[in-house]
Design a protein around this ligand. Structure first.
Ligand SMILES: *Cc1c(COP(=O)(O)O)cnc(C)c1O
Length: 223
């Protein structure tokens, strides 16, 4: 199957209500252009420099999403153009994004990454930290717009575990809508689900999925 065929298959699979982020990390520009030619405009990358090199080389109507752990000293490279940062996992990072957004005269949409997996290696805030951040720090971050949450499930074959994690994030997302965003229709993105678990994620309330290997083929190294 070609990239274009895979893309149209997964677009159909996720349906019109769910935003498909094509995760192009490690993949060459020609693969991205093949997806672009098939109509895809939203691409996800997990490294600031790789994303910036691709941004500079590729069509300017592409929306670039940062999905990977972001170091504070890399924010400046992506702040001029990034359209959504999924992976905000600390207040310090959020303050840095705010500062660089200010320099670029823009507001940067962000998702708070919530830790839902039973694995030490996954980044993210816990629910208490999210609430604390929303309660006490939003006013000092005028150039940030929190538009939703992102989560990654445990890397396991146990579907019940994954499902429980997705459901708990959806419950938390809907709670925050009522407690912190009842006057803000902009808090609306729930980013969860990848190649292996996107349909389970959608059945648990996801409205943004990040699909890489199923579209572009497997990656040559762990990333
Ligand atoms: C790589 C990556 C994906 C895509 O993973 P696939 O299994 O290739 O679909 C999704 N989300 C994040 C945060 C990633 O780093």
């Amino acid at each position: 199957m070609s990239i274009a065929e895979n893309l149209s298959f997964y677009k159909e699979e996720v349906g019109p209500e769910v935003t498909l982020v094509a995760v192009s990390k490690t993949k060459p520009n020609e693969d991205i252009l093949a997806a672009y030619a098939a109509g895809q405009r939203i691409f996800g990358e997990n490294k600031a420099q790789e994303m910036t090199t691709k941004y500079e080389a590729l069509p300017k109507d592409i929306e670039w999403h940062m999905i990977g752990h972001l170091q504070r000293n890399k924010v400046k490279y992506i702040a001029p153009y990034v359209s959504l940062i999924h992976s905000v996992d600390s207040l310090r990072l959020l303050k840095e994004i705010n500062k660089e957004a200010q320099k670029n005269n823009r507001t940067i949409p962000c998702l708070l990454q919530v830790y839902i997996a039973k694995e030490e290696s996954k980044f993210g805030l816990d629910e208490t930290e999210v609430v604390e951040l929303l309660d006490n720090h939003l006013l000092e971050l005028p150039n940030i717009k929190i538009v939703g949450l992102m989560g990654m499930a445990t890397n396991t074959d146990n579907e019940a575990t994954i499902k429980n994690e997705f459901i708990s994030l959806n419950v938390f997302f809907n709670r925050l809508k009522q407690t912190h965003f009842s006057n803000d229709q902009g808090f609306q993105v729930l980013s969860m689900g990848m190649s292996g678990d996107y349909s389970l994620a959608i059945s648990c309330g996801s409205n943004m999925v990040r699909i890489g290997s199923a579209i572009f083929g497997s990656r040559n190294y762990i990333n």
